[in-house]
Design a protein around this ligand. Structure first.
Ligand code: DC
Length: 230
């Protein structure tokens, strides 16, 4: 099986690039952030203290998560219900960052993520895919961009959807999330030693995708050469 790991902070363009690569290669696109979001949705709906491991851990027994693919698009099912839209609410973004810092939550999701890569060729995006979940991934890309540029993109996205946005607030939220994702003691956001760094601040989406495609092509060719040599 082939695995492509794409990590990086929120808003760096991971999901767009990962989705596009998966489509072109015929691999499964796995958005792991959606799993953390679904847990955050469940915990907040049950009014659980999302910073407390002791409160969250026993509740995980009531969580059944499933990723299904409808017309190639990932949908997240929480206890049989499609929550793919609900998990995108801004308060869930923030709650997901909190629950993702808890070791019990990370352990709970670890096997689910790894199993996806055992059964399918995948393009998986997240924060710790290249470092923890799929350390043997054949391709690892760390996508980043300045916080200001990521906030600008997020505002443009909201405007395009006819929604109001406040640049200063969006920037603040991005910085808070970066801070908690980078500084948590377990599986913090960081570039794997063998990942290729792609700073997208000055690049268009097309350029980012083209650069990622080049990396994937080169890595898959290397992989094929090694196999042929054996
Ligand atoms: O990628 P996203 O914004 O949907 O992720 C939501 C939160 O989940 C984010 O704050 C960090 C966390 N996350 C994580 O800790 N590890 C992952 N592999 C994916 C997401």
């Amino acid at each position: 099986m082939i695995a492509i790991a794409i990590d990086g902070p929120a808003g760096a363009g991971k999901s767009t690039v990962a989705r596009k690569l998966a489509h072109e290669l015929g691999y499964l696109y796995v958005d792991t952030g959606a799993l953390y979001r679904a847990i955050a949705l469940y915990m907040t709906a049950h009014e659980v203290d999302i910073d407390s491991e002791a409160s969250v851990e026993p509740m995980l027994g009531g969580v059944k998560l499933e990723l299904r693919y409808l017309q190639g698009e990932q949908r997240v099912f929480l206890n049989g219900y499609d929550v793919s839209e609900d998990i995108r609410r801004p308060e869930i973004s923030s709650a997901a960052s909190h629950v993702s810092a808890l070791p019990a939550v990370r352990t709970f999701l670890f096997a689910l993520q790894q199993n996806m890569a055992v059964e399918h060729d995948v393009v998986m995006d997240g924060r710790d895919i290249g470092t923890v979940v799929l350390p043997k991934a054949q391709v690892k890309i760390f996508l980043t961009a300045s916080a200001e540029e990521r906030a600008r993109r997020r505002c443009a996205e909201l405007t395009a959807r006819g929604m109001a946005s406040d640049y200063a607030q969006v920037l603040r939220e991005i910085q808070e999330r970066d801070d908690s994702d980078r500084n948590r003691p377990i599986a913090p956001l960081r570039q794997a030693a063998d990942a290729v760094l792609l700073d997208t601040t000055e690049l268009t989406l097309e350029q980012v995708v083209a650069r990622a495609q080049d990396e994937v092509r080169a890595a898959l060719e290397r992989e094929a050469c090694v196999k042929n040599a054996l």
